[in-house]
Design a protein around this ligand. Structure first.
Ligand code: BYC
Length: 324
């Protein structure tokens, strides 16, 4: 009985703090559902950063110049870093990174649908920066105000780096658009292929999003999926015009009354298919991650053996004690 009363009081205190925009920290009491939702979202986000290295990594050895190669290498490396900050944030909630990695390679946890599409030409690298990182920024800047402290703080640094990523993509596309007709065609073709999958990154429409309402109430998410999708479209259409490409949506037009762009309906059955493992590259992405994890096994074992040796040495008798 006392326990129930205590739980109710704790719950009320928690909700009051969240409503007052106070940050929740790892040692604070939190409802189990809040903890689980955060682990789910942060793990999915971390996995997306790690799997997201693959489509771009595909072009590292074929970048058209040393400058483009250095830029791409730095970007892919940043993504590994983002994954690590996010796994660390998840670990503050009592889960283990090794356990999360197992769930990724056993496909028990998701990663963003966007990384299940192939990168067919170097223009895809520019379009990923422009559209995919652009969508990521729209989605992630509000997460800097997420109620969970370690997640919100990780997002601050990630967003700073994402802005660089977005600009490098746009700069690459600008350069290609000033090039040959073939280069301009490559940019248009990549834009046509990545536009709809980028809109799907924001998740299903609000009416079909089982998690949004509770995540908004807990201030884990600060905007709904549809709000962010609209923001992204409003931000991106003028950028497409400045670049000189068209977006593959005949319904796209500015609505003076709403003060926003109207746009067509993404193919939600495609999103469902890709999320459930049946996208163009799902199998390849997970297989590659599993293989990399297996190849790294000896490094993990060696590091663990070294740490055990160090620990045994520091807890054993000192050399001074032995000589006495
Ligand atoms: N792909 O109730 P909903 C990056 C799932 S990394 C796959 O709306 P929620 C970058 C969803 O998880 C980009 N799954 O969910 C990296 C849920 O399934 P479960 C990653 C999706 O969580 C490298 C179900 O569908 N960004 O930018 O309220 C290079 C129902 O959805 C997707 C983040 O992770 C999807 N697109 O909202 C370049 C940001 N959409 O878990 C760039 C943080 C939905 O119930 N995450 N699902 O089985 C979020 O903001 C939210 O988790 C989402 C979904 C908006 C994605």
């Amino acid at each position: 009985m006392t326990e129930t009363l205590d739980d109710t009081a704790l719950q009320e205190h928690f909700e009051h703090r969240v409503a007052a925009e106070e940050r929740v920290e790892p040692r604070d009491w939190m409802p189990e559902g809040y903890r689980k939702t955060l682990v789910r979202q942060i793990a999915q986000h971390a996995h997306s950063e790690i799997i997201g290295m693959q489509p771009e990594g595909n072009w590292l050895t074929r970048a058209p110049s040393l400058r483009r190669k250095a830029i791409l290498l730095a970007k892919v490396q940043d993504e590994a870093g983002h994954g690590l900050y996010l796994y660390s944030a998840a670990e503050t909630l009592g889960v283990d990174r090794a356990e999360l990695t197992d769930k990724l390679i056993d496909q028990r946890q998701k990663y963003s649908s966007i990384f299940n599409y192939p990168t067919l030409t170097f223009a895809d690298i520019g379009v990923i920066g422009w559209l995919v990182d652009g969508a990521a920024i729209c989605n992630q800047v509000p997460l800097c105000r997420s109620s969970y402290g370690p997640y919100a703080r990780a997002m601050v640094r990630i967003c700073k780096e994402e802005s660089f990523h977005q600009r490098q993509g746009y700069e690459l596309l600008m350069t290609m658009m000033r090039g040959s007709p073939e280069q301009r065609e490559m940019v248009q073709d990549a834009t046509d292929r990545w536009w709809w999958p980028s809109l799907m990154m924001f998740g299903p429409p609000d009416g079909d999003s089982p998690n949004t309402q509770q995540s908004m109430a807990w201030r884990i998410k600060r905007h709904t999926n549809d709000e962010l999708r609209q923001k992204f479209v409003d931000m991106t259409v003028p950028q497409a015009e400045a670049l000189g490409v068209t977006l593959p949506d005949p319904e796209l037009r500015y609505d003076d009354e709403r003060g926003h762009y109207d746009f067509g309906e993404p193919d939600w059955s495609e999103l469902k298919r890709v999320i459930s493992g049946d996208g163009p590259c799902n199998e390849q992405r997970v297989a590659r991650r599993r293989e990399a994890h297996e190849r790294g096994r000896w490094v993990r074992e060696a590091a663990a053996a070294h740490a055990a040796k160090q620990a045994a040495r520091s807890s054993g008798p000192t050399s001074e004690e032995v000589t006495r």
